[in-house]
Write a protein that binds this ligand. Structure first.
Ligand code: IPD
Ligand code: CA
Ligand code: CA
Length: 270
């Protein structure tokens, strides 16, 4: 059955991706969700409307948790729940920077079953089904074989809400000093997909939501990588911090994260 779920996730992610590319050439209609960095566009809403409608048509009993709030999360008694980010990387999208994606995942209770992350601008499709591996544009993918943090390429992200409370600048600085570099691409779903596809060796971020990470977590796990929190406990969707790596640099990243967390914080100097 898993295959069918994955087929549906792929079909819907690709169709929603077409909507995003169409919207990219239209005038932007930005609304701010409470502050000047948390934005939502017409494209987020159109994409979500389409995804929720199509998922509901296929699986009327399943719960849908979708970022812009048009899903039907609690009405359902079903064990099955779709996690939908209709446009991951809204800030990039709004600036015409083509690093954005549609992210769709299905979970049965706490078990992720199927995942699709699609960058419609570059036609890059990442998929995973539990127990069946992960693919990039139809070809099997594995995480990288890099064994040391000092030779790793990493990625992170920063929250759009409550930015001043985020500890991540400190982590960003330290991980930059201890690796080949840290990228900030602006789409957590693609960041995780890039760990699965061995473009990045590790990724961490604070404060991500379930729809940001659900698909990407299954991608990393099915590509042979490791996902946890900084304490090494299994990552719970929506948990305060996610660490996703090729597995080989996981403990080194955790050790550095621990060191940063217990060090007295210095004021940031410019
Ligand atoms: C954001 C992106 C970004 C991450 C932010 C998320 P959105 O999602 O995933 O990479 O750093 O924390 O909120 O708002 O573009 O769907
Ligand atoms: Ca997101
Ligand atoms: Ca989004």
């Amino acid at each position: 059955m898993t295959k069918n779920y994955l087929d549906v996730a792929i079909e819907i992610a690709q169709e929603a991706g077409k909507i995003l590319v169409e919207e990219l050439s239209r005038p932007l209609n930005i609304v701010y969700k409470g502050n000047e960095v948390d934005l939502v566009t017409q494209a987020d809403k159109r994409s979500e409307r389409f995804i929720v409608e199509r998922l509901t048509k296929y699986f009327p009993d399943h719960a849908i948790a979708a970022e812009e709030g048009t899903g039907h999360e609690s009405a359902s008694a079903s064990d099955f729940r779709w996690h939908v980010d209709p446009l991951d990387g809204t800030t990039n999208f709004a600036h015409g920077y083509p690093c954005f994606s549609v992210s769709i995942a299905l979970a049965q209770r706490d078990t992720l079953l199927a995942a699709a992350v699609f960058n419609p601008f570059y036609h890059e499709l990442f998929t995973a089904a539990r127990g069946e591996g992960a693919t990039f544009n139809g070809k099997k993918i594995r995480v990288s074989k890099v064994t040391t943090l000092s030779t790793s390429l990493l990625c992170t992200g920063f929250p759009v809400r409550n930015r001043q409370a985020s500890p991540n600048l400190q982590y960003y600085g330290d991980f930059t000093q201890h690796s080949h570099g840290v990228r900030r691409d602006g789409s957590a779903a693609l960041d995780l997909a890039s760990v699965a596809a061995s473009r990045f060796d590790g990724f961490w971020e604070f404060g991500l939501q379930k729809w940001d990470t659900a698909a990407g977590v299954l991608l990393v796990e099915e590509a042979g990588g490791k996902v946890s929190d900084f304490a090494g406990n299994p990552y719970q969707l929506g948990g305060p911090v996610i660490l996703a790596t090729n597995g080989l640099i996981h403990e080194e990243m955790r050790a550095l994260a621990l060191e940063i967390s217990i060090r007295p914080q210095e004021p940031f100097r410019s």
